[in-house]
Design a protein around this ligand. Sequence first.
Ligand SMILES: CC(C)(COP(=O)(O)OP(=O)(O)OC[C@H]1O[C@@H](n2cnc3c(N)ncnc32)[C@H](O)[C@@H]1OP(=O)(O)O)[C@@H](O)C(=O)NCCC(=O)NCCS
Length: 151
Amino acid sequence: MIHVRLATEEDIPRIIELYDDLTITTSQVEKSRSPSLDHYKRVFAEIRSDQRQELLVAEDQGEVVGTLVFLLAPNLSHNGTPWAFLENLIVTKKHRRKGVARSLLEYAVVRAREAGCHKVQLCSGRTREEAHQLYRSLGFEASAYGFRLYF
Ligand SMILES: CC(C)(COP(=O)(O)OP(=O)(O)OC[C@H]1O[C@@H](n2cnc3c(N)ncnc32)[C@H](O)[C@@H]1OP(=O)(O)O)[C@@H](O)C(=O)NCCC(=O)NCCS
């Protein structure tokens, strides 16, 4: 049974481990740095104090097996209704195709509806076919080009 919840400070090492699998999008400069746990704890404290951001984790039998970031943006267009943005979705290799990502995304979509959002948006690398399948299966449409400027 998959359980989605807000991340706690104790989850930080596990989440960082999961992000290691996303290194395809990490620059060489980033790879050469290895920030301390204290650094990650400070960043996590910022995240927790930001009411518009939620760092989610999915547990399977008490083990953290996936994560997703949910961001809420106040907005003046669309009658002043907010939009939600999703980022950093990843599920550990051993636990894929068990509905973990689906559970995380469904949680985020409910959260966005409850917050009165007019849309939920995300970007996904062109080559991430399995992720595109996932988003389509949940009703997302590939309706825009994504542009990035990496630093
Ligand atoms: C993409 C990813 C998050 C999917 O996580 P997951 O927990 O395995 O996904 P789910 O089990 O919830 O899959 C739900 C649906 O998505 C689709 N899907 C997921 N993985 C798929 C794959 N490898 N091939 C085809 N369809 C896939 C299917 O429709 C699936 O439903 P089904 O299993 O009933 O057929 C995971 O593969 C991952 O972490 N990949 C590396 C990181 C990444 O690409 N993140 C997304 C960045 S945009």
